[in-house]
Design a protein around this ligand. Structure first.
Ligand code: GLU
Length: 403
């Protein structure tokens, strides 16, 4: 089911949110940054000009830039193969990252705008101390008027420790520094109701008020040739940002004045309104930065207690445990239909949980010979994942309005 956001409402929200945005994260994909000859220096110059313009309006901007692998590939003349080994990609990234930064440095220095390179791995953000260090460094760069240019440190990221893509990295950065807006520049114009190359009735979606399953399904229609993430990853990223109260935009990065057009209120690309709930930074870290090490399946009673009554998760509501994890591990709670209901830190390891699942709290000590906690996940360490990304005006939902 789709609901209507009037064109005027959509434009009003867009303009207001762009006007108010003080801190902005802009992610640029490989497909935007490269052409047949490798890095597209003209596009990089255009982006640098627009980012400098935003800085000059008093905004703080982070660039999350892909393009290292693509640039390295061109430099070394290595043709992409379907099942390319990780070490090849890492070598290409190591070769290309320098070229990428050189191009940015050149473009920004002509505008007298200092930039900084920040390379991150998922492991850096999973460690609370390192996470806070990265945050402090970025805030200090802002104080100095520097534009941080962030990419994954591909050379040292082992497969299981990777961000899945730079869309995810960009969303994590947006939430980490409390940015108002996450702008994803890519090689597609917008999200469409269908696949525009095969479906003549496919229409662009200009405003998304809440990211429903229907919207996620539409994302399956679009692909991008060069990037890692595709539209699904972008929608997931927008959902993460909405959950923390920010808004997102997906639009055409090759458009020569895309940022200026956006900030002056042009109806272009797809805009995602902020969600109503603003979870705090620690909860964001638990739910979105940490990778779940296991799954707890919860029954309907527990599902209701978590969602409707704001309760902690008790052993009695757990019907199954998947994965092997220690005390304190990040886990996800799934309902009986397999929908992710919550994420949190488990007070018990998977072995103990197998023994106490479905049992009353008062039975824990008898079964385990000790009782560390009444709750399996205390409310303070639990983040609801349903209803996130919903807009405060419940009746206002996503809409497609073509111009
Ligand atoms: N880190 C990769 C690169 O610089 C890109 C990953 C992505 O596009 O999601 O090439």
């Amino acid at each position: 089911m789709t609901f209507q956001v009037s064109k005027d409402d959509g434009l009003f929200y867009r303009q207001t949110l762009f006007d108010q945005a003080k801190r902005v994260v802009i992610k640029v994909g490989s497909a935007v940054l490269t052409n047949d000859n490798g890095l597209d220096l003209a596009i990089i110059a255009t982006i640098a000009r627009q980012v400098s313009f935003l800085q000059s309006t008093g905004r703080e901007v982070i660039l999350v830039s892909s393009g290292a692998v693509a640039a390295g590939r061109k430099r070394l003349g290595i043709v992409k193969t379907p099942h390319e080994e990780l070490k090849v990609k890492q070598a290409l990234a190591a070769t290309g990252q320098g070229l990428l930064m050189q191009a940015y440095e050149q473009a920004f220095s002509e505008l007298e705008q200092p930039v900084a390179q920040v390379l991150l791995t998922h492991a850096d953000l999973s460690n609370r101390g390192r996470y806070l260090n990265v945050r402090n460094t970025i805030l200090t760069l802002f104080e100095f008027g520097v534009v941080p240019i962030i990419n994954e440190n591909d050379t040292v990221s082992a497969e299981e420790l990777r961000f899945s893509d730079n869309d995810t990295l960009g969303a994590l950065m947006t939430n980490m520094i409390g940015a108002d807006m996450f702008i994803i520049l890519t090689d597609v114009d917008s999200l469409y109701t269908g696949n525009p190359s095969t479906d003549a009735t496919a229409r662009p979606i200009y405003t998304v008020a809440s990211i429903t399953r229907e919207i996620e399904k539409m994302a399956g229609n679009a692909t991008s040739a060069l990037g890692t993430g595709g539209m699904m990853a972008k929608i997931r990223a927008a959902k993460m940002v909405a959950a923390c109260g920010g808004c997102s935009f997906i639009g055409p990065g090759k458009h020569p004045e895309i940022l200026k057009a956006l900030f002056s209120g042009e109806l272009i690309g797809t805009f995602f309104l902020p969600g109503h709930g603003k979870i705090n930074r620690r909860k964001h870290w638990i739910a979105y930065v940490l990778k779940p090490q296991g799954v707890l399946v919860v029954d309907d009673g527990a599902r209701r207690a978590l969602i409707e009554q704001g309760k902690s998760l008790l052993p009695s509501g757990i019907t199954a445990i998947r994965g092997s994890f220690p005390v304190g591990a990040p886990v996800q709670c799934l309902d009986l239909e397999g929908t992710v209901v919550a994420a949190g830190l488990s007070n018990y390891g998977s072995g103990d949980l197998e023994r106490i699942r479905g049992r009353k709290t008062r039975e824990i000590a008898g079964i385990l010979g000790r009782k560390d906690h009444d709750e399996v996940i205390h409310r303070d360490n639990l983040v609801l994942m349903v209803g996130e990304g919903q807009h405060p005006r419940g009746a206002l939902q996503q809409e497609h309005f073509a111009s």
